[in-house]
Each structure stands twice: as structure tokens, then as C-alpha cells.
Write a protein that binds this ligand. Sequence first.
Ligand code: ADP
Length: 227
Amino acid sequence: MIIETRWIISTIRMLLGRYYNWKLLIHDNHKINPMLNIVLFGPPGAGKGTQSEKLIEKYSLKHLSTGDILRAAIQKQTPLGLEAKRIIDKGELVPDETVIGLIAKELDANKNVKGFIFDGFPRTTLQAQKLDEMLTSKGIAITMMMALVVDHQELVKRLLNRGLISARSDDQNVDIIENRIKVYNDYTKVVADYYKEQNKYKAVDGMGEIDEIFERLCTTIKEYQKD
Ligand code: ADP
């Protein structure tokens, strides 16, 4: 009888301890870890790059864009760049292990920053799981995912407009653009569920003027920090 009671008490203690740790990890993470680590999410053309530029300035964050890193490799014509170009020009996804390796390198190279904005990464659930593993091993965590919501027609319009002024070959052809949006709907959209399960998902209206969308993002961050 005494042994049973002790067992019940120690089980309850263990469960309470687990619950407390889970609560700290999921809900109160920003109180024990002041870093602001944002996944800026959304389909191609949602405005992730534009808004990242503004967010990194306001919050002094480090911008990690896998698209930018891959384009730099393409420009330098490294073996990785040449392989990536072939894939990007079709509007497909570069293999998970390639982009995970690129992000791992960046995390190691940026140890003393106030936080990161992940732009274009994670794009698959495996990438999201690996990102969590990499961050956990460094004692940090994703603060939240902010997802820019923009309708299909507007995405195509924005990308074709960007294609007129940028050198991005993947922005210049409507079939490639449509394929990128399809790949997003088939493989990437589901990554939002991963963060919803962790209670870290926030949808933000991505239609309208750049500055008003930026205000919405800042308000979302402020509300989170107030909690
Ligand atoms: P977009 O403006 O379409 O969101 P990005 O600049 O983020 O595009 O990326 C351009 C291309 O680089 C993508 O279409 C894809 O081929 C490749 N890419 C970028 N990030 C990733 C990733 N995390 N996983 C796989 N492929 C990626």
C-alpha cells in the first residue's frame, strides 16, 4: 500500500514536471529565451523578402533566405549553384539535405545575434523537423511562424512584375511561376500545420501596401511579446 502510494505520488510529480517543461518550451519560451526567431512563411510572391528587409532593420535580426543563398551560389557557379539552377529554373524544390546543410552552416556562423528570420525555409516538414533539431541543440527555438496570406492572382501579378525588373529567370515565365505555386500548395503549405501544433502559427493579411503589411507583422510580434 505504502509502495503504491509512493509510486502514484512520484508518477504525478513526473507528469507535472513534464507539463511544466512543455509549457515553458511552447508558451513561455520568450521569457527564458529572449531571441526572436521568426519563420516568415507564404507562397512565392507573398512578400517574404520585402518584409524580411524591414523586419531585420527594426528588430536587428539576421536574415537567412535559402533563395538568396542559392542564388549567390548560382552566381559564383559553384557545383552546388549549377545543380540548384537546373532545379530552380523548373520551379522545383532543391533537395532537403542541400538546404538543411546551408542553414546549418549559417547557424554556426552567426552565434551572437538577436534572432533570425527564416525566409523560404523550412519548405517541407522534414526541413521544419531538422530546423527544430538544429536549434534545440543550440538551446534556442523558433518563436513563431508568421504566414503572409495573399490570393493566387495577386501572387502571379507580383512575380511577373518582379520578373520585368529582376534578373530572376524563375520569375519570367508564367508556367514556371504556376509550377512554383503548385509545389508550394503540394509540399510547403502543410509546414504551417507543424507550427500550428506547437501553437506558434500566426496568419497575417499580406494584401495591400508594403507599409501596412509591415505594421500588421509588427503588431503580431508586439502581441506575442506582451503575452
Ligand atoms: P520564392 O520567391 O519563389 O519564394 P525563393 O527566393 O525563396 O523563392 O527561392 C527560389 C527557389 O530556390 C525556389 O523556387 C526553390 O527552387 C529553391 N529553394 C529556396 N529555398 C528552398 C528550400 N528551403 N527547399 C527547397 N528549395 C528551395
